[in-house]
Design a protein around this ligand. Structure first.
Ligand code: NI
Length: 187
């Protein structure tokens, strides 16, 4: 089932999301399926649960579509439950990022290129892996959502000032995009 995507400005995107426990893992599979379906329909490569209005620590990623440009993304599809990112040594690199909660916008964001990620899969099995490049960027972007952050928070104040009209339109739900959305002002 496709779910509406919550737009920039909605308070759920600013909440610290709650960890998932073994108790609610039963409903998880359906939610993971729905989030993948929602993400594919909107042509995204990552989606965090707060973006569909659920303040829980769950992310889905399918980065395969970027595999030609970024080999580290090839075949990488997974659901992350309670992910924990450790920033490893390395300089920050700037690349363009977009977000399904901010349709029509993309901005240069500086992030480190190398991380260690710990997470649980849908069966609550633990995983740990070092990731780099654009895959590490997607993971950092999605995990930010679980801490109430969006990529625009990493953009300079001056640049955000220039975009303030567009950001206001998102808050007011004045957007045109091909997927169903929910704005702060039209809940
Ligand atoms: Ni996003």
């Amino acid at each position: 089932m496709k779910l509406p995507i919550y737009l920039y400005g909605h308070p759920v995107l600013r909440q610290e999301a709650a960890p998932i426990t073994a108790d609610n893992s039963g409903e998880l599979k359906k939610l993971v399926d729905d989030m993948f379906e929602t993400m594919y329909a909107a042509e995204g490569c990552g989606l965090a649960a707060p973006q569909i209005g659920k303040s829980i620590r769950l992310v889905v990623i399918d980065a395969d579509v970027l595999g030609d440009e970024y080999p580290e993304c090839k075949g990488r599809k997974f659901a992350l439950i309670n992910p924990e990112v450790t920033i490893l040594e390395g300089e920050e690199v700037g690349r363009n990022e977009g977000c399904l909660s901010l349709p029509g916008l993309s901005e240069n964001v500086n992030r480190v290129e190398h991380i260690r990620l710990k997470w649980l899969d849908e069966e609550m099995n633990p995983h740990e892996e070092e990731m780099s490049g654009f895959l590490a960027r997607i993971v950092q972007h999605e995990c930010d959502h679980l801490d109430g952050k969006v990529y625009m928070d990493h953009v300079s104040t001056g640049r955000r000032l220039l975009l303030r009209g567009k950001l206001r339109n998102l808050v007011e739900g004045k957007v045109r995009c091909d997927y169903r959305v929910k704005s702060a002002s039209r809940r």
